[in-house]
Design a protein around this ligand. Structure first.
Ligand SMILES: Nc1nc2c(c(=O)[nH]1)N[C@H]1C(S)=C(S)[C@@H](COP(=O)(O)O)O[C@H]1N2
Ligand SMILES: [Mo]
Length: 312
C-alpha cells in the first residue's frame, strides 16, 4: 500500500530558486570550502566532444548540483546535496546480467578511464515541469550492452539503484512511499538508441553524489525520473520490468514517460516548463516544452504507430 499517493510536490510548491543563490559554485573546483562541503573530491575525466550537443547553453553548475531529485537522500530539492556526504560510492561494480551471452561485471575504475567517454550536452525535462541543460560525460549504453551480447529473446532492460540504507537516509523513512531500491526500465531498442547514455560525470568531472554517483542513466527524450541514479545492476529481460514511479501511481507515471507537451500530467500541464537557472522579473522563465524534449528526429521512429496517450 502506498502511504502518500502523491509524493511529488505540485510544481508551484517547489522551493524557490533564491534558496540556492547563495551557494558557492564548485566548478573550477577545489577551493578549501568546496573540498570540505563535497562528500568526495571530483576528479577530472578524459572526455571528448560527442554528437547531439547542438548549441545548448548549460545550466549553471551550482543549479545542476543543488536542485536535485534523489529520494534516497530526502524529498526536497536541496536534500541530495545536503545529505549525501556519507554516501561512499567507491569501490563499485556494475553488472550486466540476465538474457545475455556474456554476463559482465565492470569495475567503475575501468569505466572512469574508458576512452569511450564522450561529452553530451542534453536537455533534461523533469515530469514536474522544470528543465535544465546538463553537460554529461558518459558512455553510450549500447556499447556496453553489445559487449554483453544480448540473447535474441531479450526485449527489455531493467536497471536497479544501490540499496544502502546506512548511507542513504531516505531509504530508512517510509515518507516517499518508494519500495527500495529504485528501479527503472527501457525497451531494448530504446536502450540501444545512440542518445542513451550511462553518465559518469558532469561538467568534465566525476558525478557528485547528488547527481547519481558513480554511474547513472540519461535518456534525454524521457522525463527525468527514467534517469535512474547510482546503478548497480542492469538485467536484460523478455518482459517489461516494474518501475518505481509507475508502481507508486500508474495513472500519473507511465512506463514510457516520453516528454510530450500534448499529454498533461493529471495534476498539471506539460505544455511549458520552468527553466532552472534563468531569471526574470517574475522568477524563472518558462519556455514551451518540445515533443520528445527536442529529440524527435532521433527517436520518433521508435514509437511509430503507437498511441502516445495510452502509452504515456
Ligand atoms: N535512484 C534514484 N534515481 C533518480 C531519482 C531518485 O529519486 N532516485 N530521481 C529521478 C528524477 S525524478 C529526476 S528529475 C532525476 C534528477 O536528476 P538530477 O538531480 O541529476 O538533475 O533523477 C532521477 N533518478
Ligand atoms: Mo523528475
Amino acid at each position: 500500500m502506498v502511504l502518500f499517493r502523491y509524493p511529488r510536490p505540485l510544481p508551484s510548491e517547489i522551493t524557490p530558486k533564491e534558496m540556492y543563490l547563495s551557494r558557492r559554485s564548485l566548478i573550477g573546483g577545489a577551493t578549501a570550502l568546496g573540498a570540505l562541503t563535497t562528500a568526495a573530491r571530483a576528479a577530472a575525466l578524459q572526455t571528448h566532444s560527442g554528437p547531439y550537443s547542438g548549441s545548448l547553453t548549460p545550466t549553471p553548475h551550482d543549479d545542476v548540483t543543488h536542485y536535485n531529485n534523489f529520494y534516497e537522500f530526502g524529498m526536497d530539492k536541496g536534500d541530495p546535496a545536503a545529505h549525501s556526504q556519507d554516501f561512499h560510492p567507491l569501490p563499485w561494480t556494475l553488472e550486466i546480467t540476465g538474457l545475455v551471452r556474456k554476463p559482465v561485471r565492470l569495475d567503475i575504475d575501468q569505466l572512469l578511464h574508458s576512452p569511450a567517454i564522450e561529452e553530451r550536452i542534453y536537455r533534461m525535462r523533469c515530469v514536474e515541469a522544470w528543465s535544465m541543460v546538463i553537460p554529461w560525460d558518459g558512455i553510450p549504453l549500447a556499447s556496453l550492452l553489445k559487449d554483453a551480447d544480448p540473447d535474441p529473446k531479450a526485449t527489455h532492460v531493467a536497471f536497479e539503484s544501490v540499496l544502502r540504507p546506512s548511507e542513504m537516509p531516505g531509504q530508512n523513512e517510509g515518507l516517499s512511499g518508494i519500495q527500495w531500491p529504485y528501479v527503472e526500465g527501457l525497451r531494448l531498442d530504446e536502450a540501444m538508441n545512440p542518445l542513451t547514455l550511462l553518465a559518469l560525470g558532469i561538467y568534465g568531472e566525476t558525478l557528485p553524489n547528488q547527481n547519481g554517483a558513480p554511474i547513472r542513466l540519461v535518456v534525454p527524450w524521457k522525463y527525468g525520473f527514467k534517469g535512474i541514479k547510482s546503478i548497480q545492476r542492469i538485467r536484460l529481460l523478455d518482459h517489461e520490468p516494474p518501475t518505481t514511479w509507475n508502481r507508486l501511481a500508474s495513472d500519473e507515471y507511465g512506463f514510457y514517460a516520453n516528454v510530450n507537451p500534448q499529454v498533461d500530467h493529471p495534476r498539471w500541464s506539460q505544455a511549458t516548463e520552468r527553466v532552472i537557472g534563468s531569471h526574470s522579473l517574475f522568477g524563472a522563465t518558462r519556455q514551451p516544452t518540445l515533443m520528445f524534449n527536442g529529440y524527435g528526429e532521433q527517436v520518433a521512429d521508435l514509437y511509430r504507430g503507437m498511441d502516445l496517450r495510452k502509452n504515456f
